[in-house]
Structure formats: structure tokens, C-alpha cells
Design a protein around this ligand. Structure first.
Ligand code: 5RP
Length: 221
């Protein structure tokens, strides 16, 4: 089985009826949503969910998953999401799909945070994957300069030769910092820059990392 599918479906073991569930974004979380949807439709799984992207919400709705928002609930019991990189401390780089802002809001609202990934994502040190940063369009050139001054090379993300716009109508910079030896320091500095809405560094948040291996086995950390 595809390692993303293996990890994505295994994580659904954490989801029980009555729970409020955060739904991630990306090609691994896709399998999680498909499996949750299947259990809702065919096995009577009864949950309320909040999605981290318009795309994930659309998929969940197709299966008949009950979608709510933060005016209706004040926490999530479990969230299952993907990652672009994860280290042994379960710190993450996320945002490859451009959903990092909603993903971080959902991550902070959740009591139990599960990350699903294939084995390529598990790395000794974060940073080979360029760090995604969501920034406000107003004054982006100045924000770009400030981010560059931190010692990285930012590139404004494009898709199909057009500027990539997030679900929140912002830009993404993908920033090459090289290997990030001190992610807490980088996160703190980014949070000090006006115009930076959020970064893809998700630190000290993950409870469980489920890795699907190419040989069909799972590793749970
Ligand atoms: C989207 C994300 C995704 O979770 C991350 O990019 C992993 O995606 P995939 O499972 O497709 O490799 O952070 O913003």
C-alpha cells in the first residue's frame, strides 16, 4: 500500500464517535479524510469536524461529515494532519500545500495532534524543505526584505505561473534557511516581523507521528 495511505488511514484509529475532529490538508491527510468519510457514511461514525482548507472541507462534505466552525465549538479532541518535514522531537515544517495558517489555528485548538507522513518526511534536522511563510500582500516587498535579513532566501510561491494565493487571500514565501539548527529562534524572529501572518514551523505541538514506510510497515513515534 502507498505509505501515505498507510499512515493516513492508521491515524483514524484515534477518532471516536462524539469527538470534535480537525481535518488536515494535503495528499496524506486526503487518505485520513477518505477513511473518516467512509466510516461516517458506512459505519455510523458520528463526529463534528473543522477542516484546515477549503479543499479538505469540500472532500469531507462529499462524504457527509458534519462540518462546524469555531463559533460552534471551543476545542478539538483530535486533529490529523500531514507535514513536509518532522524531526525526532516531533517538530515540523508544514505549509507545502499552502494551508499553514488554518493548520496552525486548528493545531492550537486541538487536545491531541497526530501527524501522518511517509518515511521521506522524517529528517534529522529541519530545513531541507524551504520554510513556507504566509504574508499579507500589503507591503509584501518590505516584509520580503525583513525576512531576507534573517538569513534566508525567500521566493514568492507561484502555481501554474501565477502568484499563489492562500485560502486567506495572502501570499506564501518559501524560505531557504539551510538546515535550521534552532527552530525556536527562527520562529521567534519571524513572529516579530509585521506582515508575517504565520510560518510553517510547528514546534512542541505534535503528540504522535505516524510514518508509513515504503516496505508497507508503520513506525509510530
Ligand atoms: C499543507 C501541509 C501539508 O500537510 C504538507 O504539505 C504535507 O502534504 P503531503 O501530505 O501532500 O505531502 O502542510 O499546508
Amino acid at each position: 500500500m502507498n505509505p501515505k495511505q498507510l499512515a493516513g488511514e492508521k491515524a483514524v484509529d484515534y477518532v471516536k464517535s462524539g469527538m470534535k475532529v480537525g481535518l488536515g490538508t494535503g495528499s496524506t491527510a486526503y487518505f485520513t479524510i477518505q477513511e473518516i468519510g467512509r466510516r461516517v457514511k458506512h459505519e455510523g461514525l458520528d463526529i463534528e469536524a473543522i477542516a484546515t482548507s477549503i479543499e479538505s472541507e469540500r472532500l469531507a462534505k462529499e462524504w457527509g461529515v458534519k462540518m462546524v466552525d469555531f463559533s460552534e465549538i471551543d476545542h478539538l479532541d483530535v486533529t490529523i494532519d500531514g507535514a513536509d518535514e518532522a524531526d525526532a522531537n516531533l517538530n515540523l515544517i508544514k505549509g507545502g500545500g499552502g494551508a499553514l495558517l488554518r493548520e496552525k489555528i486548528v493545531a492550537f485548538a486541538t487536545k491531541f495532534y497526530v501527524i501522518v507522513a511517509d518515511e521521506r518526511k522524517y529528517v534529522p534536522t529541519l530545513g531541507a524543505f524551504g520554510l513556507p511563510i504566509e504574508i499579507i500582500p500589503f507591503g509584501w516587498e518590505e516584509t520580503f526584505r525583513e525576512v531576507t535579513a534573517l538569513g534566508c532566501t525567500p521566493k514568492r510561491r507561484e502555481k501554474n505561473e501565477e502568484i499563489f494565493i492562500t485560502d486567506n487571500h495572502n501570499f506564501i514565501f518559501d524560505c531557504d534557511f539551510g538546515l535550521i539548527e534552532n527552530p525556536h529562534d527562527v520562529l521567534q524572529k519571524l513572529q516579530g516581523i509585521p506582515g508575517v501572518v504565520e510560518s510553517g514551523l510547528f514546534l512542541d505541538k505534535t503528540d504522535v507521528l505516524i510514518i508509513g514506510n515504503n516496505d508497507g510497515t508503520l513506525k509510530i513515534i
